[in-house]
Ligand binder design. Structure first.
Ligand SMILES: C[S@@+](CC[C@H](N)C(=O)[O-])C[C@H]1O[C@@H](n2cnc3c(N)ncnc32)[C@H](O)[C@@H]1O
Ligand code: SF4
Ligand code: SF4
Length: 385
């Protein structure tokens, strides 16, 4: 994601959007190596602004009534504006901040002040995700806010599918869609707003057959972009990877993806990388994730974590204000799991889509393997002489 944004970052720097220290920091990261102690500061901040939520979606990693809080993340109070400012002042070289939650971010009373501080004072891009139920109350503030991008978790393309996926009533789906349409209209009628509006759907084994309907529905909502998210599984019945996740050896999934990729559309679409069966049976051990090398997650009690994707328990990793928090023992051990072949990954990382090889890394591995094969052949030939 950071690589895709690099051109925008440079253009915005030329327009005076970022500070020199932010750009120098990003360059150190892009030119740097994956090491347990890194020479750059965090590039990306994930701020858990609230744990509270007005919904309890079945698939949610923290609020589900079906399986509870699967990774044992500890509930926290809402983040205060003071704590938020301290975090940003300490990590001022970061370029991007996500105001997110293990709950609904719009429930934090200081949400808009936080976005303003991050953008106006700290020159950061500000992203957030919302369940879309409350945006109707905040239309005016949202379109005039300092947010760069808001992603609305529509989650499905019709009320029945929404209920199947989230367990929440179909009326919520109607409310979310009504709110989204109104917000887009308001945004389009507002001058000088920079807010980009995206929606997200969670893909699983049942709904991937509706990919083109989902794209059509995003078009009806007139949003700027749509992101298909992986279903994040857990060990409970009905939520296991083999029951819900999409894999790269499923021809029908690949066909659906390529058909949808070839559809002409004026909205941006982000597809997930498909999981590999080998991740689950242990026959391949991937170590491609770069998230703990650039991301710092912080909750309202100041606890830090390296992962911004799965809602892991961060309560014992250290506090953001500690002098060496970004390279502390926790971070060194966590990063080493992605560097050293003999160290095991944490369980959620073993099947995480962020840990899959990218196209570029697959190409590099192919070249490396070919090179090694050639060397082995040459050595074998040498031995026969
Ligand atoms: C944890 S929510 C927090 C923000 C807000 N409450 C919301 O729902 O958008 C962030 C994103 O995670 C997604 N999500 C929740 N559980 C998921 C799961 N099991 N698999 C994939 N995405 C999930 C939600 O749909 C949402 O887009
Ligand atoms: S709205 Fe978001 S945080 Fe709330 S239960 Fe649903 S996925 Fe979880
Ligand atoms: S592999 Fe996934 S779960 Fe593990 S650190 Fe990376 S993003 Fe987080």
């Amino acid at each position: 994601m950071l690589k895709e944004m690099s051109w925008n970052i440079l253009c915005d720097y030329a327009r005076g959007r970022h500070s020199r220290s932010q750009i120098v920091n990003a360059c150190k990261y892009f030119l740097g190596k994956k090491q347990s102690v890194v020479s750059w500061k965090p590039i990306y901040l994930t701020a858990f602004t609230t744990y509270r939520c007005n919904l309890s979606c079945d698939m949610c990693l923290t609020h589900s009534r079906k399986h509870g809080n699967v990774h044992g993340q500890k509930p926290c109070k809402d983040m205060t504006y003071e704590t938020f400012k301290q975090i940003l002042n300490k990590y001022r070289e970061a370029l991007i901040i996500t105001l997110t939650g293990n709950g609904e971010p719009l429930l934090n009373k200081d949400f808009f002040r936080m976005a303003e501080y991050a953008s106006k004072v700290m020159n950061m891009y500000v992203f957030s995700a919302t369940n879309g139920t409350l945006t109707g109350q905040y239309q005016e503030q949202l379109v005039n806010s300092y947010l760069d991008q808001l992603s609305i978790s529509v989650n499905a393309h019709n009320p029945k599918e929404y209920k199947r996926l989230t367990g929440m009533s179909e009326e919520y789906f109607d409310l979310i869609c009504k709110n989204t349409k109104e917000l887009v209209k308001r945004r389009n009628n507002t001058k000088n707003t920079k807010l980009k509006l995206w929606i997200s759907y969670i893909l699983d084994k049942t709904n991937y057959v509706y990919l083109s309907e989902m794209v059509d529905f995003a078009r009806e909502l007139h949003v700027d972009g749509l992101q298909f998210l992986h279903f994040l599984p857990n060990q409970k019945d009905g939520f296991r990877a083999e029951e819900r996740c999409l894999f790269s050896d499923d021809k029908s999934v690949i066909e659906q993806f390529s058909r949808t990729r070839n559809t002409r559309t004026n909205i941006k679409i982000v597809f997930p990388r498909l999981l590999k069966k080998s991740m689950f049976n242990g026959s391949e051990r991937f170590k491609y994730c770069r998230v703990p090398f650039y991301n710092l997650t912080i909750d309202s009690e100041g606890n830090v974590g390296g992962c911004g994707c799965q809602l892991l328990d961060n309560s014992k990793n250290g506090k953001f204000h500690e002098p060496n928090a970004w390279n502390n023992d926790y971070f060194q051990q966590f990063r080493n799991r992605f560097i050293k072949a003999d160290l095991d990954l944490l369980e959620p990382c073993t099947w995480c889509h962020n840990n899959l090889p990218t196209k570029a890394s697959s190409f590099l591995t192919l070249v490396k393997n070919l090179f090694q094969k050639k060397r082995t052949l040459l050595t074998a030939n040498d031995n026969t002489l």
